[in-house]
Design a protein. Structure first.
Length: 97
């Protein structure tokens, strides 16, 4: 039986390939659909209407319109770090009350 961490890794891999399909990479449209389905509200809550364009530009290191698994994983890592930072601050504020 896989551990929680192994299950999380499997989920990230399967999610990437679900949206990348047989081509093995995400296009900007694939990335948009992934973000809308897997992170509901993320794009809606962005104040910058060009947020997806900026994310795609950051992830598409080769400037070929393709986001591979490593870049996708960087996105997930960055979002996880931001969520953790928010969580830590929120927990500290809660502890002060």
């Amino acid at each position: 039986m896989p551990s929680q961490m192994e299950h999380a890794m499997e989920t990230m891999m399967f999610t990437f390939h679900k949206f990348a399909g047989d081509k093995g990479f995400l296009t900007k449209d694939d990335l948009r659909v992934l973000m809308e389905k897997e992170f509901p509200g993320f794009l809606e809550n962005q104040k910058d209407p060009l947020a997806l364009d900026k994310i795609m530009k950051d992830l598409d290191q080769c400037r070929d319109g393709k986001v591979g698994f490593q870049s996708f994983f960087s996105l997930i890592a960055g979002l996880t770090i931001a969520c953790n930072d928010y969580f830590v601050v929120h927990m500290k504020q809660k502890g002060k009350k």
